[in-house]
Design a protein around this ligand. Sequence first.
Ligand SMILES: Cc1cc2nc3c(=O)[nH]c(=O)nc-3n(C[C@H](O)[C@H](O)[C@H](O)COP(=O)(O)OP(=O)(O)OC[C@H]3O[C@@H](n4cnc5c(N)ncnc54)[C@H](O)[C@@H]3O)c2cc1C
Length: 343
Amino acid sequence: MSILYLAHTDDNGSLSKAAMETLGTAKQLADNLGRPLKVGLVGADVTQAAQSIGGCGAEAFFSVSGEAFGQSRYSTDAAACAALCTAAEAKIVLAPATARFARCLPGAAYRLGGRIDTNITALDAVDGNPLPTRWFYRQRMSGQVQRDMDSFDGPWVLTLSPGCAEPAEFPGEAALQAVDVPLDNLTRTTVTGVKKPDADAQTIRPDANLLIVAGAGWTKKQNDGQPHVKEAGEMLLDFLDKTKSSLGSSKSLVDLGSEGQDVLDFLTHLHQVGQTGSTPRHPKGLATCCHGEEPHVVGWRFINERRAINLDAGCGWAHGKADVLYVADAFAVMKKVNELLAK
Ligand SMILES: Cc1cc2nc3c(=O)[nH]c(=O)nc-3n(C[C@H](O)[C@H](O)[C@H](O)COP(=O)(O)OP(=O)(O)OC[C@H]3O[C@@H](n4cnc5c(N)ncnc54)[C@H](O)[C@@H]3O)c2cc1C
């Protein structure tokens, strides 16, 4: 029973941080189970990727490469992953939970008669079997998944969430075995371009050191009886520009737009943190003008060091969940912070 580590290359031919994190976990699992580790790589050209992990001790390195496999596309990716699993005779497959693999691996597992558990956060080995841990109900409950591996023929595919393991470093030479995947009818969809803001205009930055969460308070009437939405927007953008922090938002704030209120126009639902938003993993978090449970409890569940600014000294959620609560006017605080940052 071999363990297959699957990874795809990034646009520049290298392996992502998430892929390196998964490799360390796959190697550890292979060691713990006493099973051989094999590697499967997908990409336009996987040479550079293979050389970055050639020293990982894998028994074999398989690859599916060529221009058609350079871009994320369900049909080619699912076929490539299924072919790699078959070539490696893998019973357990571990892959990073990237957007690309999230799309194609469930289909590949199904085609092979296997099973898949996604976004695992830790991986133990018990009685000769993997024992993955994952969150349920939007990260409110954590549980471990057991499967009877004899009850299905195909592989058990597991994807590991980014940020849950240390990235591995195993550079070295790797002898690649090319696996052929015929392209018949697989390339009907082509990516003709990618529309996205300049890197500098992005306000969602998963790798930033700090997540600043903006709440609906930024748009509410202030001491002078007036809302100051424009000023709030400028202040937040100025802070983001100076610190390159990532921006999150409460649901109430992003919803205001559809309710016809004055809004911070750079916010979208992609910024929303919480039960029906995202649960980012930045090292530090600062909640501003937020009251709700969602931004504080669920939204920054994985944030290590948390601070909040709220006018309301009795804000129960900030009290319970922030390491430091500044009872202050966020307009005044952020103005001062921006002045200090400008020096
Ligand atoms: C099924 C369901 C799913 C939900 N999912 C989500 C979710 O994913 N994410 C989410 O965020 N919410 C979610 N919600 C909504 C959530 O319960 C809260 O209603 C919402 O998060 C509150 O947003 P808020 O804290 O920005 O706004 P408010 O509750 O209006 O709080 C605004 C705060 O700003 C403070 N304030 C005002 N002016 C200033 C100032 N000058 N300085 C400092 N503080 C100031 C006020 O004191 C107040 O505490 C969900 C609700 C439901 C029912």
